[in-house]
Write a protein that binds this ligand. Structure first.
Ligand SMILES: *[C@@H]1O[C@H](CO)[C@@H](O)[C@H](O)[C@H]1NC(C)=O
Ligand SMILES: *[C@@H]1O[C@H](CO)[C@@H](O)[C@H](O)[C@H]1NC(C)=O
Ligand SMILES: *[C@@H]1O[C@H](CO)[C@@H](O)[C@H](O)[C@H]1NC(C)=O
Ligand SMILES: [Zn+2]
Length: 461
């Protein structure tokens, strides 16, 4: 059912290969969360470049093309496929390295407008792009973020639905679905239940996209509520819960709550947890478990997490799904800091490389944080990332043909823990060599660019 889960073979109880070294903070710590940087500065919009109005598909395409032409060193535009009606599903990468993955540095994403009539996120994404490119040279926080992260922004996963949605319509389903009437956020393979919905071009494109680029953190933008909602969305027993929903918690519940709180508490209003209407729920601190709100099958966030180890949170950013354009500026002001701070959280936890004895990266090694039964894998360069709160953990590493490893490590608040794991071949195994693990707190050196860019831009524009 899932490709990511793995059963660890009984681990050999070997000499504890745990080296939790004294952590020393390096002067020049570039990739940590706490970089003693001032908060990101407010955006100064330039109406000539991007106004606070809704942009139809052609206008959005023009803006994205113009921006990628104007900022070739910071942006790359690509399409992951086309909608049912043939509209491109544009993704803008914003990063100091837009065309190439930066070795050791994570890729993150935002996906908006999955429901075509939930329009605020779509415009927020365009302004976020504009904010990033215009702040890179003037704002140290944004520079740090773009220097250390590749940010992929998909402003509209459902451009066909958007095209038939009506400005000023706060509720209802017109434009929610794709052009064949499918709800795209019910169209992914599901961990708990069989999902018989036929895959749609839009969701097939996402599936292929996230199978090629390993994303560590993701936000999915919606409207119609004001809350950050985290996995699981589905539950093993939802058919018995038509009246009262109950939480369906992941083994990473602490992380998901933290990520959701990061969004909600940096938002102007979300964390107050005020109900959108008297008939709708109020959410304590502006966050909720997805299934506790209402269970659903085939959602995108559970798929990201279970299949690819990507921590995705659903961000409901407006009570009104498609508010009048004159309110867009206010939505931007309310969400600006949240949108930036949420992505920065990818630089919390543990990251590193899994290699063999000769230093060759091991691709698709299976990793698990002990006690957290949802696994993740290394990239083709042997890299891994996992967001974790401060504490002491054990990393379980399993790769075909190698002796499984258990590595203890510590996570602190100030910066990510770098952890390189060396694997010993299963044959010719000597206990002595199992100790070849390093835990350090230094930043990886500036990486060489990878020659192989096939995982980077699928359809460059
Ligand atoms: C950043 O880290 C330093 C110690 O490395 C600590 O004194 C300081 O309080 C931290 N700042 C924030 C904002 O977390
Ligand atoms: C892009 O970067 C290159 C090399 O660093 C530099 O020569 C060029 O001027 C930059 N272009 C822009 C538009 O900033
Ligand atoms: C970890 O491994 C990577 C890739 O092999 C290497 O570039 C980096 O220097 C290593 N870091 C440490 C602290 O050993
Ligand atoms: Zn929605």
């Amino acid at each position: 059912m899932t490709s990511q889960r793995f059963a660890l073979p009984t681990l050999l109880v070997v000499l504890c290969a745990c080296l939790v070294e004294n952590l020393s903070v390096e002067e020049n710590f570039a990739s940590g969360l706490n970089v003693s940087l001032p908060e990101p500065r407010a955006y100064i919009p330039d109406a000539h470049l991007l106004d606070f109005v809704y942009h139809n598909h052609e206008e959005m395409t023009r803006f994205l093309r113009a921006t990628s032409a104007r900022y070739p060193n910071l942006t790359a535009l690509y399409s992951i496929g086309k909608s049912v009606q043939g509209r491109d599903l544009w993704v803008m990468v914003v990063s100091a390295s837009p065309y190439e993955h930066m070795l050791g540095k994570p890729d993150v994403k935002y996906v908006a407008n999955i429901h075509g009539n939930e329009a605020v996120g779509r415009e927020l994404m365009l302004h976020l792009i504009q904010y990033f490119v215009t702040s890179y040279t003037t704002d140290p926080y944004i520079k740090w973020l773009l220097d250390n992260t590749r940010i992929h922004i998909l402003p509209s996963l459902n451009p066909d639905g958007f095209a038939v949605s009506k400005e000023g319509t706060c509720d209802g389903g017109q434009g929610r679905y794709n052009a064949r009437g499918f709800d795209l956020n019910r169209n992914f393979p599901d961990y708990f239940k069989q999902n018989n919905k036929r895959g749609q071009p839009e969701t097939d494109a996402v599936k292929e996209w996230i199978s090629k680029i390993q994303f560590s953190l993701s936000g999915s933008l919606h409207g119609g509520a004001l809350v950050a909602s985290y996995p699981y969305d589905n539950t093993p027993n939802s058919m018995f819960q038509s009246y009262a929903s109950s939480p369906s918690l992941t083994p990473d519940d602490d992380i998901f709550r933290h990520l959701s709180l990061t969004y909600a508490s940096n938002h102007a209003k979300m964390s107050r947890g005020v109900a959108c209407k008297t008939s709708s729920p109020s959410f304590e601190n502006g966050i909720t478990n997805g299934a506790a709100w209402y269970p659903l099958t085939g959602g995108m966030q559970d798929y990201n997490y279970i299949w690819y180890g990507c921590m995705e949170v659903t961000l409901e950013v407006s009570c009104c799904k498609y508010p009048p354009a004159h309110e867009l500026r206010k939505y931007w002001d309310d969400n600006q800091l949240s949108l930036v701070k949420f992505l920065a959280e990818v630089h919390r936890g543990v990251q590193g490389f899994v290699t063999d004895m000769s230093g060759t990266p091991i691709e698709k090694a299976s990793l698990k944080i002990k006690g957290r039964d949802v696994g993740f894998q290394t990239t083709r360069y042997g890299e891994f990332w996992r967001i974790l709160l401060p504490g002491v953990y054990k990393l379980e590493v399993y790769a075909d043909g190698y002796i499984p490893r258990d590595v203890d490590f510590m996570v602190v608040d100030q910066h990510p823990t770098l952890l390189n794991v060396t694997m010993q071949p299963a044959k010719g195994y000597h206990m002595y060599n199992l100790l070849k693990t390093t835990t350090t707190t230094t930043t990886p050196r500036t990486p060489p660019s990878s020659k192989d860019s096939s995982d980077i831009i699928m359809f460059p524009e």
